[in-house]
Design a protein around this ligand. Structure first.
Ligand code: SF4
Length: 398
């Protein structure tokens, strides 16, 4: 598995695969051919939802306004649903052509070339192995992360600082329309302030967790700075849960960093053994993964045992299986923003279940990760970030 710096990326929304990953690929091309003009052909999900996600804007910003961007919405049988093809020319002469895949969470792989990939740093690649190792070493999952990546603690502090900044930015933003023409109003501030007379502690908890998740997801939709956790589309789940718990229980930033390490380990396992890409496996791979990470992180924050952490992460993923990706107009707004809030509440529920039922469980985290991957591969293409099916097809403005 790769470093957690590859999982938690600080960058600009609204999409890790359609903006952050594409930006990385374009920067690699620009560094290889600084004097060239480019033609970029986008295929699959990048072509079908690229305009809504702002993919063309990112490419022109990095490669130059004169770049030609082609949306090929008809080619099928692609090696990856997020495929892009670059042709570099100097004058009339072609100087290079490369194919790249935006594989989720901002990561890019070039076909047959090692142009911008990073090394593997974790020697163990499944939860069973990691559990056996940390049990033998009498260490926590967070300690395992810090032992493999000694410098990651400092990076996770930056990640947490940015997550808090994004929550605050989203809460303080005016209740105005998000960009893109769907006329979706920001609601985080309204949620945050809507305390009702006689509101129970339970309802208040749900409202606040939702407010924080909306705040981050709305910042993402508006093109603000977010942390992929594990993607931009699902970036509100983990910070909402941790921010709420820090406010409520006064957890230190050190404790939150340990929670981020454990959550990151789970996200890394999903990314390595399955997928965190909506274009590859549907929303279960994005929101489901975020919920699983948040459940693991929260269980770590509560100092729960490793079996309970595993069960919380497993439950959180299991009940997102089959979740489709069908963003209306290709924007990361409907259903994405609400989905972040629902998943944040679900992560807390998963931890509650793990608190009571861990020793009755039947399904391992590794099994559910594999199940999510196979389910995602079986999903029809129109439910994998193409905006050709589901809500994206049937949506009519009220
Ligand atoms: S529906 Fe889910 S996977 Fe698809 S863009 Fe929205 S958050 Fe991402």
């Amino acid at each position: 598995m790769k470093s957690l710096t590859e999982l938690y990326r600080i960058g600009t929304g609204p999409s890790s695969s359609h903006t952050m990953g594409v930006e990385r690929a374009a920067e690699t091309m620009k560094a290889l051919y600084p004097a060239a003009r480019f033609t970029v052909t986008l295929f699959g999900s990048l072509a079908l939802t690229g305009e809504g996600h702002g993919t063309d804007r990112v490419l022109r910003r990095v490669l130059g306004e004169g770049s030609e961007i082609v949306f090929d919405r008809t080619t099928t049988g692609l090696p990856h649903p997020n495929t892009m093809h670059f042709v570099a020319r100097e004058g009339a002469r072609e100087v290079g052509r490369h194919t790249a895949f935006s594989v989720g969470g901002g990561r890019v792989v070039f076909e047959g070339e090692d142009l911008c990939d990073t090394p593997e740093v974790y020697p163990l690649n499944c939860f069973e192995e990691i559990k056996a190792y940390v049990t033998e070493q009498e260490m926590t999952l967070a300690e395992y992360v810090f032992s493999v990546e000694p410098s990651i603690e400092e990076y996770l502090r930056e990640v947490w600082a940015q997550m808090k900044r994004t929550v605050k930015a989203g809460l303080s933003a005016k209740e105005e329309e998000l960009p893109g023409g769907l006329h979706v109003l920001r609601k985080a501030r309204h949620l945050f302030r809507s305390k009702h007379i006689g509101e129970t502690a339970e309802i208040e908890e749900n409202r606040m967790v939702c407010a924080y998740a909306f705040a981050v997801a709305e910042e993402n939709a508006a093109g603000g700075t977010v942390v992929t956790a594990p993607t931009c589309g699902a970036c509100g789940v983990l910070p909402a849960v941790l921010y709420y718990m820090q406010k409520k229980h006064k957890y230190s930033d050190d404790a939150i960093v340990r929670a981020l390490a454990t959550a990151g380990l789970v996200g890394n396992l999903i990314k390595t053994n399955a997928s965190i890409s909506g274009a590859e496996c549907g929303c279960q791979a994005e929101i489901g993964s975020a919920c699983s990470m948040a459940a693991a992180g929260l269980a770590q924050l509560f100092d729960m045992e490793i079996e309970q952490i595993e069960y919380a992460a497993e439950v959180a993923m299991e009940h997102h299986l089959g979740l489709t990706c069908d963003p209306v107009k290709g924007l990361v707004q409907i259903p994405c923003i609400e989905r972040n809030a629902v998943a944040a509440m679900r992560a807390i529920n998963a931890v509650n279940i793990a608190n009571f039922l861990t020793y009755t469980r039947k399904v391992s985290l590794d099994t559910i990760i594999q199940t999510m991957y196979e389910t995602g591969r079986d999903l029809l293409g129109r439910y994998r970030e193409t905006s050709e099916g589901g809500l994206a097809k049937l949506y009519r403005e009220q």
